[in-house]
Design a protein around this ligand. Sequence first.
Ligand SMILES: [Zn+2]
Length: 290
Amino acid sequence: MDNFLEDRKSKLEIFKKKIRKKNIKNKKVDIPDGLFTKCSACQELIFNEDLLKNDIVCPKCHHHFRMSARERIKLVCDKNSFKELFKNIHTVNVLEFPDYLKKIENYQSKTNEVDAFIGGEAKINRIKVAIGVLDSYFMMGSMGNVVGEKVTRLIEYATDNNLPLVIFSASGGARMQEGIFSLMQMAKTSAALKYHHKKGLLYISVLTHPTTGGVAASFATLGDIIIGERKALIGFAGQRVIKETIKEDLPEGFQTAEFQLEKGFVDINVERKELKKTIQKILYIHKKVD
Ligand SMILES: [Zn+2]
């Protein structure tokens, strides 16, 4: 599932070549693995091209598949408007956690990203924004020093340049390999947001599947407006832990974006295809008039 778009596109190309070959030779063709994706919600087989055309949402049941950070930027930002910032911040194995750097390198080669967060400046419907996206394909979007530092710098960039800020979260929480240094990022990002807020600037936080742990307990839930993507898991601790702690059954739909909307934790619940339009509208309403 890593780098979903590229992977599916290359498999599609292979299939098309096979079809062409078939037409020439009129022989039976085996369908290669990965041409179709089985929807984990409705169990239907979906042709990957249809899935890509539909913003990686199941056309049959609207199940929202995970997206990489780059795919998310493509979905929301005006074409070619994204300029990446703070690219060259690298992880230091500060606690000398065994094999940590090797693990990081593995994820880097799998995803082609330096770490789990991409930030920069872009335009959404011609409105300039500072935008950042957590990538759940990179160590489950966990927040260590690099993620925390990049999020903080992006917030400070937005503050210094009087820009609205949009952050998409998808994270398992703080990165355990960096221990207390990971937890410190929660305070650091939150403090930076306070300065952004003091300047009267807008921060839209979009919670996508899954937003949990230290990210959910810091910058992800400090948005002036918090959007939950359809059926995203949003919470702090896992359901099993909560159930075992309180010794009670949890209500149906617990920790979904819909549940969090009902409880007032999320302001709007949006389908992926409505996401860009919704953000555009919010940015437009809050646009500063000189
Ligand atoms: Zn489906």
